[in-house]
Ligand binder design. Sequence first.
Ligand code: BGC
Length: 773
Amino acid sequence: MTSLRPAAFGPRLLATTALLGALALTPAVHAQTTNAPPPAAAIRTDAPTDKPWMDTSLSAEARADLILKDMTLAEKLQLTFGYFSTDQKWQVTPIKNYVYPTEGLPDSAGFVPGIPRLGIPNQWQTDAGVGVATQRSPNPRLRTALPSGINTAATWNPAVAEAGGAMIGNEAFLSGFNVQLAGGMDLLREARNGRNFEYGGEDPLLAGIITGHEIKGIQSQHVISTLKHFAFNDQETNRNQMDHQIEDKAGRESDLLGFQIAYETGNPGSVMCSYNRVNGFYACENDWLLNQVLKTDWGFKGYVMSDWGATHSTTQAANAGLDQQSGWAFDRSPYFAGALHEAVNNGYVSEARANDMAKRILWAMFEVGLFDHPVNGDQAITIDYAAHGKVTQTDAEEGMVLLKNTAGLLPLSKTAKSILIVGAHADVGVLSGGGSSQVYPIGGSPVPDEFAPNGFPGPKTWYPSSPMKGIQARTSATVTFLDGKDVKAAAAAAKKADVVLVFGEQWTGEGIDAPDLNLPTLGIPGGQDALISAVAKANKKTVVVLQTGGPVVMPWLSQVGAVVEAWYPGTNGGEAIARVLTGEVNPSGHLPATFPASLDQTPRPILEGDPKLDADSHPMSNYNIEGAAVGYKWFDKKGLKPLFPFGHGLSYTTFALSGLTASADGKGLKASFSVKNTGAVSGKEVAQVYVAGNGWEAPKRLGAFKKVEVAPGESQSVSVTVDPRLLATYDSASKTWNIAAGDYKVMLATSAADIAQTVTVHLDAQTLNVKGE
Ligand code: BGC
């Protein structure tokens, strides 16, 4: 494991007189790097109140207009250029001659200097979607980690996502940050993607709603959240070079629809453009994505920031819609420092566009409250970690998916006298995903980094929340642990135990994709799959608990009694796992992604763009193969039977869904039904409504969903509405969503493959604008 943080390019010495000339225009030159302007001083907290833009009764737009009037061009452009804020001495491949800005927060993702004269606050940026991260450092900040994003999507519960967002927003604010690089929602087109754990699964509606609510929660704490990585950044292999080909219509009906729903739900201050190219152009200089789709069609008023190392030009990027270059010195050149100023002076970038760039950044700062609720340094000491522990635990408990449970093996029997736990360090902790999103655990990682001293996306980190201790605290059985390295010893011990819990793990991280969908071998003879198989052969009462970044295959599935997918369950994950296994919590997670039976079932059995196989400097992949038919839509269209379908998730109780009625409602459709708990314990069911029309990319789409809690014997009436875009097809020429007149099937289901009831509803023809209105 020798991967390094892949976006890092060493800064090159400036060769052109144009750039040297441009740098002379930048304010306050006290060299922080060899070739970029330094950050200005931090905001004064005693900013005078006579500034008209500080009138909080005005709209963010009006306030941004007022302050812009008082700004020089240099001040406006200063806002468009951000710095990496991490001490290079800790980095595996230090950026040469780079000294991080003194006003930035140590070992954080970024810093954009404010303008004290006008009371414009500094922007202190931190990763990411599961909590306050720290870049690689010997002194990381220790914070609460939510479970992985895919776990939160598996809750199918927007309220849980929003509470999680508010929790991490609060920790960010109290840590001195006012920009959170969260809101990851690239659709799961590629099951091997090393960053699937940061995202919301394969469906645009579910991923969009969950991510949007997370963003809403973060911004409720006066911390700007990004929505990222825009767009089609669905694999890590060759991520800086890949050129994903997708037609406008297919894109708008899939990944872009997910981003659009997340944007409408969460109103993010910023959108982060991604590393890859789309249809020939880098995402951060892609006029179609940034100017047309995001800003013109959807009406996004905030700013586009680049991913770290994703800016490739000055004029093209600025004119295509990039508003802020991030994380200098990750890029090859400080494109938005002096060179941008010169491009404006020369007319290559209009002054109106320069104003627009600054206005968008200021709009977001006013809208989210950065002026009115300034961060006040590091107050992490005041963080309520106990309360936040409950938030992350609830998320983990609601996202854990009971995939299989034969003969009532779970919850664990109270009469079991001996429980054997095997593998994945389940005696001491739970796994987290790696990369820039890494949140470091309070108490430290209980397992030494397997890959030390190698770098990014390590260190492989575990949270010190022990599933074994959690189980022991809830049973009178004798609980023993084996690390699983000795397969024979594990099988022999399994024979003697009443129940065996085998923990399987797949560590994934930013910058690398999983080589395949099997659990990694981890130096175990035959690998984890052989270990699980051997243990299951020895004892039928084997429960497998998985901690994976996304879908995996399970060659041992028919041999084991039960399987729980626990994803990366966060700070209190061990406790959450113990509570689900022992029945203290009834599992209610449902898969936000299809688990394929093999890679052969997926649109690209061989990943495209692997530089080891093809050194092409412009590697491409054709997303038009599946187009908008991502995930279950692809499986439906091809008639493939997955290992586990999208939406699947069992419970310790049973539910009956019935009484479905559907009718046209406004521009969309309304469906009503009831959910009855037919079992003996209280539980939560995820009712899913799929819709089917003619001429679509696939036989059906998820149209709506609702998670409901029902007591045993009771019923609940539920009504949901289906967004008209999910009943329509997109027409690129007219930029409209069109619902064809005709009969539509409406299906009530508990997964994409388990349909309880179907009704037909007639819809009249309708044309909606690009926003679906
Ligand atoms: C990642 C982003 C992250 C940024 C800052 C990049 O490598 O792709 O998601 O926000 O680094 O750390």
